[in-house]
Design a protein around this ligand. Structure first.
Ligand SMILES: Nc1ncnc2c1ncn2[C@@H]1O[C@H](COP(=O)(O)OP(=O)(O)OP(=O)(O)O)[C@@H](O)[C@H]1O
Ligand SMILES: [Zn+2]
Length: 712
């Protein structure tokens, strides 16, 4: 780490249209906080910046739906999000907002500099315009009929029924998702950044220069660069956002992914007058913590912008995480399938570290990962309570009982190999934790912390100071202990020394545990400091690994329990809450979905000849197996018996059917459709479905027939 003299750490700007859930924490805020706390403990010069991203279409749409102004929406969520982070101990140096005037000015200046340097292409294009709402629509707000499967609720970017990627022009009967009005096309001018011009530099910077980046990040960058970059519009038509600072740009704002990352710069400006040291000096290490869906923006587009503008450092690393799912399902704000951080804090008061622990221990560092409440309980009960908490509590209780509440002496003359071995672990643990954190392997680092506590427990168990104490008591009373007749009166000094040594070492381990765990479990570390009656300065990383943190004879406070059991009822209640939230969201969507009543029956398609129809090989089949497709909410993988053979079919019906409910059902299959790969699975056919106001129903013969029977 030597070549860097200061650190600038950023965490993705959360979008201010909803509260934060545990996926957000696990994805980027918690790892960033762990890293920053570690750097601060090393007394590095570090700034940790974040803030809310307050522009973009989804915010205006949320405002429209709620009948409030976009400003109301962002004010509300800036506060809720900021409070949740603060409560969880996410220790930003500043939590800014992109609606701040400093940010507007910084972004506009950035744009202007690039504009004046001739780095944008001006292009006119025709785009869909909603005449009722008087606005241009982003692809996802355009709906129409899918040319592939006939789904009349396909989006301008994708059909969620058949999975096909679409452009708005391919939709039949495109209309506005906001007003339902038919769309018109209008000419509009935008400023594009020719990303292809930065390709050679990006290849050098990432492909050659940052082979150490995490595989998931490096791989994604490589595939973007291999498939070739294109010009990308850096402006949008909207009235909510940062105005394009040009005379002929009425109604145009900066693209959110142009302004949001500049938010890191403007936040630093608001934090310190020396902001330029952090952004412009080569010995700054800039690290962006994000989730995987933000990789292209932080690894390709933002670095290209920084390079184009000039004068700025570019990220040294972007240790993006994959996604956290909950109880086997993708987190979804709209379906309310989420564990909200503010709910957690209410339901588990003063247990922030438990969530921090579990989210770090199961963080999706290399692949998507699943959070389950059962695992939360298991990890709390068997790791935090039974290992970490138990060790600290035993050391403290025994010291109070056997050593009069003071740190006992070490008595080197009575130390044995076991003591010397455990002392060696101090430095080894420090080294391992340090290496893991510095290479962004936080799960591994945390497991080393627990391992250290586990060794402490083993050490206590091996030395059994409570037994030595009972022998000592008998000997002092002039008796021998019936179970340990080998000890005699002459051993009194030895026994007392052994008790002292064991507890001295255990207490020094406890102090080290506070330092080691502090980046991960800051509330717990502080509680340990309180019990040990030491100031927080003890938590400095230089002290880690030392076996002289507590002086002999120092009086300590009484022990407090650091963690408590999570009970089965709590787990059940949380799982019920998740399902209740989902049901509520679904009911609400069903109740106020005007689209359902107004949903037009799809218009007739153009006429075809009998021969066109006869080309279809339609057959009845029986579903033999059905299972969910990993990482795809909507897809089921089916095995269908069509008499002569069994076909694998991937079908976009997972939101409508439980796999176990449809095994045995008869279906009609288009058996001669060219196979298509979806999520790496080859789909050998398509199942016919009728759709009634969003509800899917299998099309099958009125009576059961032999699998393979033809349909004509
Ligand atoms: N389930 C998740 N697991 C890991 N990271 C996540 C998850 N959800 C969001 N993130 C990350 O959190 C950061 C902030 O998210 P952002 O506010 O942009 O919301 P988002 O990605 O739209 O999430 P959501 O749709 O759930 O609100 C991003 O870097 C994103 O990648
Ligand atoms: Zn479709």
């Amino acid at each position: 780490m030597a070549k860097f003299n200061r650190y600038l750490i950023t965490a993705a700007l959360p979008y201010a249209n909803g509260p934060v859930h545990i996926g957000h924490l696990a994805g980027c805020y918690l790892p960033a906080d762990i890293y920053v706390r570690y750097l601060r403990a090393k007394k590095a010069d570090v700034k940790f910046v974040c803030g809310t991203d307050e522009h973009g279409v989804p915010i205006t749409i949320k405002a429209m739906k709620e009948g409030v102004s976009p400003q109301d929406v962002v004010d509300k969520y800036h506060k809720i999000i900021g409070d949740s982070f603060a409560a969880m101990g996410i220790s930003f140096d500043i939590f800014a907002r992109t609606s701040d005037p400093v940010h507007h000015k910084t972004s506009q200046d950035f744009f202007l500099k690039m504009y004046n340097d001739g780095l944008f292409e001006e292009k006119e294009s025709e785009q869909y315009f909603d005449p009722e709402k008087e606005m241009f629509l982003a692809d996802r707000y355009i709906v129409g009929t899918c040319p592939n499967c006939g789904n009349d609720k396909a989006y301008g970017d994708q059909c969620e029924r058949c999975g096909r990627t679409l452009s708005p022009d391919e939709l039949i009967n495109p209309h506005s998702a906001l007003s339902n009005a038919p769309l018109v096309k209008k000419k509009t001018k935008h400023w594009y950044m020719p990303l292809q011009n930065y390709e050679p530099w990006l290849k050098e910077y990432i492909i050659d220069g940052h082979k150490e980046w995490k595989n998931n990040v490096y791989g994604q960058c490589k595939s973007w660069l291999d498939s070739g970059l294109q010009s990308r519009a850096m402006t949008r038509d909207s009235n909510w956002g940062i105005k394009v600072p040009l005379p002929d740009a009425e109604g145009k704002v900066l693209y959110v992914w142009f302004d949001a990352p500049i938010g890191y710069i403007s936040a630093t400006k608001q934090l310190t007058e020396n902001w330029a040291d952090y952004w412009c000096k080569d010995d700054t290490k800039l690290v962006h913590f994000i989730g995987k869906d933000n990789i292209v923006f932080h690894c390709i587009i933002f670095p290209a912008m920084l390079k184009a503008h000039g004068d700025f450092v570019v990220p040294d690393n972007v240790p993006a995480n994959e996604f956290l799912n909950i109880e086997g399902e993708k987190v979804s704000t709209s379906r309310n399938w989420a564990v909200w951080v503010n709910d957690y804090i209410q339901d588990f008061p003063d247990q922030q570290d438990v969530l921090r622990y579990v989210l770090c221990a199961t963080a999706p560092e290399t692949k998507d990962n699943d959070f389950t409440w059962k695992d939360f309980q298991d990890r709390n009960n068997s790791e935090l309570v039974a290992v970490f908490g138990n060790f600290v509590n035993r050391a403290m209780v025994l010291m109070h009982k056997l050593c009069g509440g003071k740190v006992p002496a070490l008595h080197p003359e009575f130390m044995n190999d076991g003591d010397k071995d455990i002392l060696k672990e101090f430095g080894l643990a420090k080294e391992k934790i340090e290496n893991s954190i510095e290479t962004y392997r936080f799960r591994e680092a945390l497991s080393e912390v627990i391992e250290f506590a586990r060794k402490g427990n083993q050490y206590l168990q091996k030395n059994e100071p409570w037994i030595l104490a009972s022998v000592l008591e008998k000997l002092k009373a002039g008796e021998q202990h019936p179970k340990y007749p080998q000890y005699e009166e002459k051993d009194i000094a030895f026994l007392q020394a052994r008790i002292d040594i064991c507890l001295h070492i255990s207490l020094q381990m406890t102090a080290n545990l506070a330092i080691f765990s502090h980046p991960f479990l800051p509330f717990t570390a502080k509680r340990i400091c309180h019990m040990l009656k030491v100031v927080d300065r003890m938590l400095e990383w230089d002290n880690a690994g030392s076996d002289k943190l507590l002086s002999v004879g120092y009086t300590l406070r009484p022990p407090e329990l650091l963690f408590k059991q999570v009970e089965n009822e709590q787990v059940t209640a949380q799982i019920e809450k998740l399902h209740a939230g989902l049901k509520q969201a679904m009911d609400a969507a069903a109740a106020n979905a005007p689209a359902v009543e107004e949903a037009p029956v799809a218009p007739p398609k153009p006429e075809i000849q009998y021969d066109d129809f006869a080309k279809l090989d339609l057959r009845v089949g029986t579903i033999l197996q059905a299972e969910k497709v990993a990482k795809a909410d909507k897809l089921l993988k089916l095995l269908v018996d069509i008499g002569t053979e069994q076909r694998t079919v991937v079908s976009g019906i997972a939101m409508h059917f439980n796999p176990e409910d449809i095994v045995g059902k008869q279906v009609t299959l288009v058996a001669n459709l060219a196979p298509r790969k979806m999520r790496g699975i080859e789909s050998q056919g398509m199942i016919l479905m009728a759709e009634d106001n969003g509800k899917l129903i299998f099309v099958n013969p009125a009576e059961a027939v032999k699998p393979g029977s033809g349909v004509s």
